[in-house]
Ligand binder design. Structure first.
Ligand SMILES: Nc1ncnc2c1ncn2[C@@H]1O[C@H](COP(=O)(O)OP(=O)(O)OP(=O)(O)O)[C@@H](O)[C@H]1O
Ligand SMILES: [Mg+2]
Length: 211
C-alpha cells in the first residue's frame, strides 16, 4: 500500500526527520507517535504528497510520489488544522472536495450528508464551519476524508478534540478503511488509539541541529 524509505527532512537548520522508513500493507493500520515537535505532522505531510523530503522515496500502490503538489487519487488526508473553509457549511465543504475529485454534481449532496451521518454530525450539515465547535470541525474533516472513499487514509491527530463517544465513533469509521483492505496512518498522542493499530512508529528523538 505505502512504502517510504530513507526520508530526511530538514528545515531552518533542524533535522526533523533523519532517515525514516515507513511501511503500511493493505489492510493495516499504523500509529505515528512521539512528543510535540518530533516530526509527526512533517512526516504525514510527506506521505500525503504535500511536502517534499530532502532525500528518500515514497511509493503508494506501486507508484512513486513526485511533484508533491497534493494527495493523489485514492489518498485522503485529515490535516491537524482541519483545512476546512470556514464560510461554507459542513456539507458544502464535503461537496467541494467530492466535486474536485470528479464526483457528479447531482450525487455530492447526498454523499456529503451520508458522510456527516457516519460521524454523528447530520444535524449540523447546514451549519457554517465557523459556527461549529472544535470537535465538530474535526469530525467534519474526518467525514470529508471518508466521503472520498480512500484506499489510504492519513490522519493527523484526528480525535484530539473529541469526547469519548465521538472519539469511539470516529475511530470506528476510520478503521473501516483498513478493515476493507485499505491502509490507515494515524498520528496520535493517545496510547489507546495506538494500541488499536497493527503497528507503531515512534519518532521520539532529540531534534538535532544539522551538521
Ligand atoms: N516548514 C517548516 N519550517 C521550519 N520548521 C518546521 C517546518 N515544518 C516543521 N518544522 C519544525 O519541525 C519540528 C516538527 O514539527 P511537526 O509539526 O512535524 O511536529 P509534530 O510531531 O507534528 O508536533 P505536534 O504533536 O505538536 O503536532 C518542529 O520543531 C517544527 O517547528
Ligand atoms: Mg503535528
Amino acid at each position: 500500500m505505502l512504502n517510504a524509505t530513507g526520508l530526511r527532512y530538514e528545515r531552518d537548520g533542524q533535522q526533523i526527520l533523519d532517515g525514516i522508513d515507513v511501511q503500511v500493507e493493505a489492510g493495516q493500520s499504523l500509529a505515528v507517535m512521539g512528543p510535540s515537535g518530533s516530526g509527526k505532522t512533517s512526516l504525514l505531510a510527506i506521505l500525503s504528497g504535500l511536502s517534499e523530503p530532502d532525500t528518500g522515496e515514497v511509493w503508494i500502490e506501486g507508484t512513486r510520489l513526485t511533484g508533491f503538489a497534493g494527495p493523489r487519487l485514492g489518498v485522503s488526508v485529515v490535516l491537524q488544522g482541519y483545512g476546512l473553509v470556514s464560510l461554507l457549511t459542513a456539507a458544502e465543504n464535503i461537496e467541494v472536495a467530492l466535486r474536485a475529485a470528479g464526483h457528479p454534481a447531482r450525487e455530492v449532496g447526498i454523499a456529503a450528508r451520508r458522510a456527516l451521518d457516519l460521524v454523528g454530525l447530520e444535524v449540523h450539515a447546514d451549519q457554517l464551519v465557523e459556527e461549529l465547535s472544535g470537535g465538530q470541525q474535526q469530525r467534519t474533516a474526518v467525514a470529508r476524508a471518508l466521503a472520498l472513499r480512500p484506499r489510504l487514509l492519513i490522519a493527523d491527530e484526528p480525535t484530539a478534540e473529541l469526547d469519548a463517544v465521538a472519539r469511539g465513533l470516529t475511530l470506528a469509521r476510520m478503521f473501516e478503511v483498513p478493515e476493507g483492505g485499505g491502509g490507515l496512518i494515524l498520528a496520535t498522542h493517545d496510547p489507546e488509539v495506538a494500541e488499536r493499530c497493527d503497528r507503531m512508529l515512534d519518532l521520539s528523538h532529540e531534534i538535532a541541529p544539522v551538521g
